[in-house]
Design a protein around this ligand. Sequence first.
Ligand code: AMP
Length: 197
Amino acid sequence: MNDKIIIIGPQGAGKGTQAQLLCHHYDFVHISIGEIFRWHMEHHTKLAARVQRIMNEGRLVPDEIVEEVVRKRLEEHDWNWGFVLDGFPRTRAQAEYLFENWNLDKAVYLDIPDEVVHGRVMSRAALGQGGGFTKRADDNPQALRVRLTEYHEKTAPLLQLFQKKNMLVTIDGNNSIDDVYDSVVAGLDLGEPVRPR
Ligand code: AMP
């Protein structure tokens, strides 16, 4: 088994949570581009200096920077059993890069309405104050508006592309974590997990 899965959906749809569950149960490697960028910010790297303002404002980082990060990460080849790519691709150019270089199997789309996005992200921000979640500089109303606009303008149109390639698995993300996970596993037709629940 060597599955190459991407997970796509608006902010707060549960991409990170579902990616982590899949990786735990099936031994895939979770690759979150946002996490990689946040690591750079914490460590004040040169890359961080290039992306910090863009990220904090909620805008998308330029394609060439993101593609370089993804290429370096995937070339580590530590994902024998497969990977779940969380937060990439988010633009047409990124999707083309991915199709040209890596044989993707499936795209999981977590579908939730914008009203739910606002509630979820703002409660993540509130929880971040007290612990449990890490407080994100871009979990505030202004940045969230920009992130959602970027999502609808640049990322949502990619769904058609995945649909055409017969790779799209659409899941109703407006359910409990466990219910969404059950639908994801059923939709991906993954077989027996390495670590059962
Ligand atoms: P995330 O944690 O996936 O919400 O990503 C946080 C931020 O990182 C985004 O709002 C963007 O600024 C940046 N980012 C992450 N992935 C990408 C991507 N594929 N393309 C452009 N920017 C990205």
